[in-house]
Ligand binder design. Structure first.
Ligand SMILES: Cc1cc2nc3c(=O)[nH]c(=O)nc-3n(C[C@H](O)[C@H](O)[C@H](O)COP(=O)(O)O)c2cc1C
Length: 393
């Protein structure tokens, strides 16, 4: 049987600290510390604890060249067996096809290994970030200050303040007024639906191709309203449509070249439950009429930026730019918008049927009508969005 090591593998010597009653009773700190070696592999769903022999064997195998397993020293027989079962060593035979295919999919993506690992490790599943924040009393700015002490200064000073060149405050125009009205919405009108035209206009502004440049029959570049690393526009919009006139509630993929919605199979739970799960419990966002999952297709970017240390960073920046276009587009149309990166990536991938080695969410945006009343705090110190309450006037 021919074998090789999986493509992307890191080891972490992790210290686990646990409660130890015996230590407490005998006058100690009440804690016990345990060190474990964990193998982190980008094509696997879970980390794998490994022992010394297994580490040694993995270190001795090439990720590129296949060898015959019969050439290994006999003392590695048990380690080989276990590492094959765990997917850290891949084999050419049919019995081990599952992990080999996942490893091959990862290889075909041309990830920079550290980025592949960081992305895999940062994905959440089933997390309710709201109850975690509430349980830790870390919701309001005052609570954060109490728990964490003061943050680093809000506007740092470099050098002698007297040497600064003071700049004029210029009278703004309509664009400045638009920028000033942009505020993250945490209070959507949960009843009012979005007219079809407005919905279409938003998608056209934010996600549509404005032009196509055909280099060859199989090589097309898109022009959009938002910049994109390498001009590749790898980020797809997967939509959770909850309240749009003339569009059945459900999951869709947006086709950027055709400006069209592709209906996708419904999630296996009510749409609003899926939306809230996707948003890690953030109920102040989950009732927006439209949620847009920003999900890069890694291979589209890494086609050019192969195993490139900056490529993943460019994907993250692309999503940030898209979200700002979405915010400003919505604001100009009288709509409200948000973006969040506190999302349950794994649940979103499963809901939309995305292979996490091929494409997956970095952020979720949403847009719709703002509610009349503010239930959840928004950051509007200049009262550009929310009219002052009578006592403030
Ligand atoms: C990358 C990113 C992630 C964010 N994640 C969250 C989030 O998880 N929950 C939330 O309520 N707001 C989130 N926000 C919104 C910020 O809290 C908001 O931008 C900030 O409070 C400033 O308010 P403003 O956007 O109204 O100016 C996020 C914004 C950005 C750019």
């Amino acid at each position: 049987m021919r074998i090789r090591r999986c493509a992307v593998l890191f080891f972490e010597p992790r210290e686990q600290i646990g409660f130890d009653l015996n230590s407490l009773l005998s006058g100690g700190a009440g804690l016990h510390r345990e060190l474990r070696w964990l193998a982190l592999a980008a094509h696997l769903e879970a980390e794998v604890e490994v022992d010394g022999d297994e580490r040694e064997l993995l270190g001795a195998l090439s990720p590129g060249f296949w060898i015959d397993s019969a050439t290994l020293e006999p003392r590695f027989a048990a380690s080989l067996q276990r590492l094959l079962e765990q997917g850290l060593i891949v084999a050419e035979d049919a019995r081990h096809a599952g992990y080999r295919e996942r490893d091959d999919t990862l290889r075909a993506g041309h990830w920079w290994p550290a980025a592949a690992m960081a992305h895999r490790l940062a994905r959440w599943q089933g997390l309710d970030s709201v109850s975690v924040m509430e349980a830790n009393e870390m919701t309001t700015a005052a609570e954060l200050r109490r728990k964490l002490g003061p943050p680093p200064v809000h506007a740092p000073q470099r050098g002698d303040a007297r040497a600064r060149v003071t700049l004029p405050r210029v009278d703004g125009n309509d664009f400045d007024a638009l920028l000033a009205r942009r505020a993250t919405c945490r209070n959507f009108d949960g009843e009012r639906s979005l007219p079809f035209e407005l919905f279409a206009h938003m998608l056209q502004r934010v996600f549509a191709a404005q032009a196509q440049v055909r280099i060859d029959d199989d090589t097309v570049f898109l022009k959009k309203h938002t910049p994109s690393g390498g001009g590749l526009h790898p980020t797809e919009a997967y939509l959770i449509v909850q309240r749009v006139d003339g569009v059945a509630p459900g999951l869709y993929h947006y086709h950027a070249a055709d400006h069209a919605l592709q209906p996708l199979p419904a999630p296996d739970e009510p749409l609003e439950t899926f939306a809230r799960r996707a948003l890690a419990g953030q109920h102040w966002f989950s009732n927006a009429p439209v949620l847009a999952v920003l999900a890069p297709r890694y291979a589209r970017s890494f086609w050019k930026y192969r195993n490139h240390p900056k490529a993943y960073r460019a994907l993250v920046l692309d999503s940030g730019h898209l979200s700002q276009t979405l915010y400003l587009s919505a604001t100009e149309l009288g709509l409200a918008a948000f973006v969040t990166s506190a999302i349950n990536e794994i649940d979103i991938e499963r809901g939309f049927g995305l292979d996490p080695l091929v494409e997956g969410p970095l952020a979720v945006c949403g847009f719709g009508w703002r509610a009349q009343r503010m239930e959840t705090t928004e950051f509007d110190p200049n009262e550009e969005v929310w009219t002052p309450t009578p006592e403030k006037q």
